[in-house]
Write a protein that binds this ligand. Structure first.
Ligand SMILES: [Zn+2]
Length: 107
């Protein structure tokens, strides 16, 4: 997992390598961004270069903790701890389907 690269720009924190992190996690940028904005407690948007712009001043540690929380909740299988999972949506609910051990668990 690449460490988040963040840069302060006025009152905005720019998460420079957001796209790489999403690729590494194999997750949709929008899904990760929504979690990030809830976790950090601010508004955020993805810009035309695929970076996330968060309103406020946040350090790399804060962002990396949020990505870690996302990984725990939406990437790692709760049974075998491997990241070989997909998110399935069923009747509005999200489940984590593990391709390594076959476990399905609510997120
Ligand atoms: Zn598993």
């Amino acid at each position: 997992m690449p460490d988040p690269e963040v840069r302060k720009e006025g009152n905005v924190t720019v998460f420079e390598n957001f796209r790489d992190v999403c690729q590494e996690l194999s997750r949709e940028a929008d899904h990760v961004m929504k979690f990030l904005q809830d976790e950090v407690g601010t508004s955020a948007r993805i810009d035309e270069s695929g970076r996330v712009r968060l309103t406020g001043d946040f350090g790399a540690k804060r962002i990396s903790d949020a990505i870690e929380a996302y990984t725990e909740q939406y990437v790692l299988c709760s049974e075998c701890d491997l990241p070989d999972t997909n998110i399935e949506r069923e009747q509005g609910a999200e489940r984590l389907q593990c391709t390594a051990c076959g476990a399905r668990s609510p997120t």
